[in-house]
Design a protein around this ligand. Structure first.
Ligand code: C5P
Length: 242
């Protein structure tokens, strides 16, 4: 394989960006846990907590817990252990929290659930050069992404990164075949862009080196979410050459 995924790892991750469990499980029941994972973010987790994660896992889904931890190393390690104990498939931290924080987080995860994947967020796509300057960073966003990617992967040993599809090619070249590159901002050709600015089609993202695609509204707002997911999967499969 061209990245560190196993054949059984779903490459499609459906974002459950909903306010409550009812809406989230409503979409989940229309999806096939054999073909896609689900992502639980701040809004849903704050509203529904671990019970919803457990429910989704009982339904057979792998869960990406997208809480982007960033705090002192001890606190982040404890949060990561708690998430790993829940049995989540993937979770994340902010690379900007530093090397010690990421190493502690990884130790926490590995101690509890060696199979859970810990990935890092580098520079949020909502941040531009002016945002970075305002917090005292003079590098361009591109340079800062590579800097933090090296810190997270080469130095801390994390399993992958969240990145835009437009960053994936450079990161894949810099990091080699193993790290997971998990990319949101995916829009099938001809779909509406919503509030996303830098988008890529599923095929373009895979060709650029993404290992996993995070897709929300193109599936959740489709008249037939199962069909929308199946079409995305077909595009992913064909771009992956398998
Ligand atoms: O609906 P849509 O496909 O735009 O949803 C994308 C998901 O990926 C959302 O949960 C969003 O918060 C997340 N995300 C993103 N861009 C990033 C990081 C995460 O869109 N840079």
């Amino acid at each position: 394989m061209r990245d560190g995924t196993q054949p059984s790892d779903p490459r499609l991750i459906v974002a459950l960006d909903f306010p409550d469990a009812r809406a989230a499980t409503g979409l989940a029941t229309r999806l096939d846990p054999g073909h896609c994972a689900v992502k639980v973010g701040f809004e849903l987790f704050v509203a529904e907590g671990p019970a919803l994660v457990e429910r989704l896992q009982e339904m057979g889904f792998r869960v990406f817990l997208d809480l982007k931890f960033h705090d002192i190393p001890n606190t982040v390690a404890a949060a990561c252990r708690a998430a790993a104990r829940l049995g989540v498939w993937m979770l994340n931290v902010h690379a900007g929290g530093g090397l010690e924080m990421m190493r502690s987080a990884l130790e926490g995860v590995r101690a509890v659930a060696p199979q859970s994947r810990l990935i890092a967020v580098t520079v949020l796509t909502a941040s531009d050069a002016a945002t970075l300057r305002s917090v005292g960073i003079d590098r361009s966003p591109d340079e800062q992404v590579l800097w933090l990617a090296d810190l997270a992967i080469a130095q801390a040993g994390l399993d992958g990164l969240v990145c835009s599809a437009l960053e994936a090619e450079r990161l894949r070249r810099a990091l080699g075949p193993d790290p997971w590159l998990v990319t949101p901002g995916i829009r099938p050709a001809g779909a509406g862009v919503d509030d996303q600015k830098r988008i890529a089609t599923p095929a373009a993202a895979i060709r650029a080196g993404a290992s996993h695609l995070v897709v929300g509204r193109p599936i959740s707002r489709a008249p037939d979410p199962a069909l929308a997911a199946a079409r995305l999967l077909a595009e992913i499969e064909s771009a992956s050459g398998g």
